[in-house]
Design a protein around this ligand. Structure first.
Ligand SMILES: Cc1cc2nc3c(=O)[nH]c(=O)nc-3n(C[C@H](O)[C@H](O)[C@H](O)COP(=O)(O)OP(=O)(O)OC[C@H]3O[C@@H](n4cnc5c(N)ncnc54)[C@H](O)[C@@H]3O)c2cc1C
Length: 412
């Protein structure tokens, strides 16, 4: 019998969902894993509600998470309404709506705390022979068999290895808000609150649905109403939305407390004009709406010499398909599976890239198609019939993985 081999080593850059999926899977496969996360403390919730896809269950299990509690709030399907609340269409599709922390918290709990290093910012990647070396802001250097870039849409790892791939502004923003169930008018609580609702105000799309409460409770009375209002904003006007009261223009996104009050007042005024009354009331009741400019990130390579990109670092699809978290999990699963086949890290990364590059591109293409009418500032999804964005198509395809709808990438 030979001497046992030392475990292979991985440094994972980014300790959000993609990093935790990969960290848990590689740790369970016997790798010596360290996660380095720039933020020192627990990550704040990334906003609000996300769709929980059935494909998520085996991936959570592979990451070592055993689901115990409820998966979120179940809705029966989707409904579209016009400006006056009259029904435009309906699609039966039972689905759980959940929150980002429902995924993040158990993944974090499953990962060994002593291997998770908060407050570690990667600044460079060097080489030590044939191994990549992660260099951190505090001077720490770690050589490893594998570095995983799971550092989000403005990825430093991607910037270092593929500097020409940058987030591209999609021509619109999402205003997001959350309202405690108990703050909503009684009539809405008894009816519309429980629906996954779509509406198409001029130049945009509004969706609203119930999500867990701030403490992750899904008990009636403790839940919240989550809305997303996608609005066309030409690139030359985006800087104004990202300018705070002191005149500072923020890059890419702006922290919610710094959003100028005049913009929030304008949002509420427009809601009263363009949305059915209950939805406009929800917008008015949201205490601190968030503003999220929408970007596409499309990589041409996700495997480099000993380095892989996963999650939003690799591809960012517009949120219409609601697959960012699932895609992060699938990327991590494909990477761990390929490495488990044995052989060299280089061969494993080549297989991983061959499998996940087309998936990432398909997700970006789907998001682009679903958002094309907002990007162009059209009054309605049907303004340009060539886009094929019928109400039926939007209700059927939104917030579902592309694999559910074989026709969806072919413009009608
Ligand atoms: C409006 C909107 C709605 C969305 N809705 C949905 C939905 O319904 N369903 C869904 O699945 N997804 C949704 N998403 C997408 C989802 O939030 C992301 O896809 C997901 O969070 C990506 O995870 P990630 O781990 O790849 O990146 P992130 O969550 O961005 O994490 C990257 C991490 O890397 C860290 N980091 C960055 N740079 C460094 C560095 N140099 N060194 C160390 N650490 C670093 C960051 O601090 C961060 O913690 C939505 C997104 C938006 C904007």
């Amino acid at each position: 019998m030979g001497t046992p081999q030392a475990p292979r080593t991985a440094v994972i850059v980014g300790g959000s969902v993609a990093g935790l999926f990969a960290g848990n899977m590689l740790h369970r496969a016997g790798w010596d894993v360290a996660i380095a996360e720039r933020v020192p403390d627990d990550l704040a919730s990334r906003g609000a509600g996300i769709a929980r896809h059935v494909e998520m269950e085996p991936i959570m299990a592979a990451a070592g998470v055993r689901e115990a509690g409820p998966l979120g709030i179940q809705v029966d399907g989707r409904i579209a309404v016009d400006r006056h609340g009259a029904e435009l269409g309906r699609f039966e599709f039972p689905q759980y709506l959940t929150s980002w922390s429902y995924v993040y918290n158990p993944l974090k709990a499953a990962f060994p705390a002593e291997r998770y290093h908060g407050g570690q910012e990667l600044v460079a990647i060097g080489r030590d022979g044939d191994r990549p070396v992660a260099r951190f802001a505090d001077g720490l250097e770690i050589a490893a068999d594998l570095i995983v870039g799971a550092d989000g849409f403005r990825s430093r790892v991607r910037q270092l290895l593929a500097p020409t791939v940058v987030p591209r502004y999609a021509g619109y923003v999402a205003w997001r808000g959350l309202v405690p169930e108990t703050a909503l008018p009684a009539a809405f609580r008894a009816g519309g609150f429980g629906q996954y609702c779509f509406c198409f105000p001029p130049g945009g799309q509004f969706i609203g649905y119930p999500v867990a409460g701030a403490d992750d409770s899904v008990a009636p009375g403790a839940r919240r109403y989550n809305f997303l209002w996608y609005r066309h904003v030409p690139a030359e006007r985006l800087a104004d939305l990202l300018t705070d009261a002191s005149g500072h223009v923020h890059d890419y996104s702006i922290p919610p407390p710094l959003i100028r009050p005049d913009l929030v007042e304008g949002l509420r005024r427009d809601a009263a004009r363009d949305l059915p009354k209950p939805l406009a009331e929800a917008v008015a009741l949201a205490q601190h709406p968030m503003l999220q400019p929408i970007y596409d990130v499309e990589s041409e390579r996700i495997a480099f010499d000993g380095v892989a990109l996963i999650g939003d670092a690799a591809f960012v699809a517009r949120p219409h398909a609601g697959i960012g978290v699932l895609k992060a999990g699938e990327d991590a699963e494909a990477l761990a599976r390929s490495l488990a086949r044995g052989g060299s890290v280089a061969d494993a990364l080549a297989r991983f890239e061959a499998e996940r590059l087309p998936e990432g591109k398909a997700a970006v293409a789907l998001g682009r198609r679903l958002g094309a009418f907002i990007e162009r500032g059209h009054d309605s999804p049907q303004s340009d019939p060539a886009l094929g964005l019928t109400t039926e198509f939007i209700l059927r395809v939104s917030a579902r993985p592309p694999s559910h709808s074989p026709d969806l990438l072919v413009p009608a």
